[in-house]
Design a protein around this ligand. Structure first.
Ligand SMILES: [Zn+2]
Length: 212
């Protein structure tokens, strides 16, 4: 293992623990991956994000084959679907974070853009957020649905499940996932209140094509 891969593995564990410690995951929910030349490094199945071991992270080929480390998350195929459609993406974060999951269960949302433009940072880091229809855990049709949305979106919300967010770096993916969760929380806090969201012109004015 190269020193840069070891550093990457350590960074995954540090950021995963940070997410876990701040309540973005519970039990063994949530998974993080980074794509490298050797394959996809991803958190193992049945492991808390708060207690990942750099040496035991799974290495998975682009075809989904388990190459080394512990058995990969059962949701690794979601990450692979994103990478296959968006090869410029380096990292994917998938969470079962409470507020995003709550929003993913709302009956009346725009499936093409679930959350309104609450803040500029949400617009810049997440942008439009489509809703992926519900599929049972492990259903490969979910990967196809994710792949379909990934063509035009680096972030999406799985109905009654949680967000999938990709980035051009590990940090970028994590920060976008955090921004999404906090925005979901704000949105739920504001429901029922007269709210001034950003206007279309204000969103256009941000003019940020994609977070780097
Ligand atoms: Zn999940």
């Amino acid at each position: 293992m190269t020193s840069s891969e070891m550093k990457l593995r350590e960074d995954i564990c540090v950021l995963a623990k940070s997410l876990f410690d701040r309540g973005y995951g519970c039990g063994s929910s949530g998974n993080i991956s980074v794509m490298t030349d050797a394959g996809m490094i991803v958190s193992p199945t049945n492991t808390s994000m708060g207690r990942l071991d750099p040496a035991r992270l799974s290495l998975v080929g682009r075809d989904g084959a388990h190459l080394s480390g512990d058995a990969p998350s059962k949701e690794a195929f979601l990450h692979l679907a994103m990478y296959q459609e968006r090869p410029e993406m380096i990292s994917v974060v998938h969470l079962h974070s409470t507020y995003s999951v709550a929003v993913s269960c709302l009956a009346e949302v725009d499936p093409e853009d679930v959350l309104p433009p609450v803040t500029a940072y949400y617009v810049m880091r997440v942008g439009r957020l489509p809703l992926v229809p519900y599929f049972p855990p492990g259903d490969r049709a979910l990967a196809e649905a994710v792949r379909g949305k990934a063509r035009h979106h680096h972030a999406m919300l799985l109905a009654n499940h949680g967000p999938v967010v990709a980035g051009k770096s590990l940090e970028s993916a994590v920060y976008a996932a955090e921004e999404l969760e906090e925005t979901a929380k704000l949105y739920l806090m504001l429901r029922g209140e007269k709210t001034r969201f950003l206007t279309q012109a204000q969103v256009a004015d941000l003019c940020v094509p994609f977070p780097s």
